[in-house]
Ligand binder design. Structure first.
Ligand code: GTP
Ligand code: MN
Ligand code: MN
Length: 377
């Protein structure tokens, strides 16, 4: 089965025709039946179930033929009994009753609205839902004290729930590059996340920053945010310093998915093109009306990596989350290695394997290289 997993998850060409019967290109991702069930499981805090649905959903997306009946799915990995039943339902009836019920349940709807607030996770949303809070209005009148992230999340709710386009990501890239290079000439800024995988929209814009002289990148995030702030485009930021040196993961024993890079979760102000020449006073006055102000808020992640860990950081921050998960599983189960966004440790040789490119990491793992656009699992 490891052979099959490898074939299914890593060796597929970049572009595939979707299983058309289930996934016509016109269907938004959120309406894909198995993705709804995965999301619902996530919102219930059931990680195991969520991953199972995510894997079946990714497998279906990777098929190079139309699926006409479940019999065609025989022998494929990652497709459990439950997923097959849902697919059968969709094929027979055009929709799955379980999916439709999930989508219309008040719990699912409320959890989606509440976790749609930046800074609100499943645990918090669950607690609020149990108290009868189902909408933003109810949250606002509930008297709950929100932390700074959640306050910003509520303030810019509409903007942050509107997908970021590729053009907007490019415009943000210019702003970030200008800021980074003005505080540290020679620093390199790389677009990571979904946009590096070729996605045309995303929920945020992810940047990985490094400098060819190791050490020069230390403390960079603070300088960059100070610069962005002085330019009036920093709406919110929360900075975390690098803690890797204090307690490196050792042989990848850390179970947490979080890495230890210096980073900043931020919200930036993206001034829309046609509005750039406008009187700044007018721009300020428009702030209260999110509908017609000439800028929008965009979630931006800045991650700073020392050059020696850059290839691992780039691989880790390019995603997708499911692809990363499968790759780390492959490393552990097939190669007895521990892969993180910082390093690759060989448990047999008891040493770290270095890499200066993503290609070298795939080679260490005995895998064919997969370009970013092939990592949209
Ligand atoms: P959208 O932003 O929704 O369009 O998709 P995305 O794939 O860009 O997702 P996201 O911005 O959430 O994350 C980008 C990549 O960074 C994913 O592969 C994540 O696994 C990874 N990532 C996000 N947060 C962390 C973290 O704290 N640690 C590590 N190691 N990786 C992270
Ligand atoms: Mn992203
Ligand atoms: Mn991100």
């Amino acid at each position: 089965s490891s052979r099959v997993l490898k074939r299914q998850c890593f060796q597929r060409p970049a572009t595939r025709v979707r299983g058309a019967l289930l996934y016509p290109d016109t269907i938004p991702f959120s309406l894909i039946p198995l993705a709804v069930l995965a999301e619902s499981a996530e919102l219930n805090g059931d990680e195991g179930r969520a991953v199972a649905f995510r894997r079946s959903e990714a497998l279906l997306r990777s098929l190079d033929r139309r699926v006409q009946g479940v019999a065609e799915l025989r022998g494929l990995p990652c497709l459990g009994e439950h997923s097959r039943r849902v697919i059968q339902d969709v094929l027979d009836n055009g929709e799955s009753s379980e999916v439709e019920e999930t989508k219309s349940s008040s719990r699912y709807k409320a959890m989606k609205v509440l976790t749609g607030i930046f800074g609100v996770g499943v645990k918090t949303a669950k607690r609020w839902f149990t108290e009868g809070i189902c909408s933003l209005a109810q949250l606002e009148t509930s008297g709950h004290t929100l932390n700074p992230a959640q306050q910003a999340g509520l303030k810019y709710y509409a903007d942050l729930n509107q997908p970021v386009t590729r053009d907007e990501a490019d415009a943000i890239s210019v702003t970030v590059e200008e800021a980074v290079c003005s505080v540290l000439p020679g620093a390199q800024v790389t677009l990571a996340g979904g946009f590096r995988r070729g996605k045309t929209s995303g929920h945020d814009v992810d940047f990985l920053i490094t400098h060819p002289d190791e050490g020069k990148e230390e403390g960079l995030v603070h300088k960059v945010t100070a610069c962005l702030e002085s330019r009036g485009v920093l709406l919110y930021h929360q900075t975390t310093r690098n803690t890797y040196q204090e307690s490196p993961e050792g042989a990848g024993r850390s179970r947490s998915n979080m890495d230890r890079f210096e980073r900043c979760f931020s919200i930036l102000k993206l001034v829309q093109e046609q509005a750039k020449d406008q009187d700044p006073v007018q721009v300020e006055a428009d702030q209260t009306d999110s509908g017609c102000r000439p800028w929008r808020a965009v979630r931006v992640d800045l991650v700073v990596s020392p050059i020696s860990q850059f290839a691992f950081a780039l691989l880790g921050w390019t995603g997708s989350k499911l692809f990363e998960r499968e790759m780390r599983r492959w490393a552990v189960h097939e190669k007895s290695m521990s892969l993180s966004s910082h390093a690759l440790y060989d448990n047999n040789q008891k040493r770290y394997l270095t890499a200066s490119s993503e290609e070298e990491i795939f080679a260490h793992l005995g895998l064919e290289y997969v370009s970013p656009s092939g990592r949209n699992a």
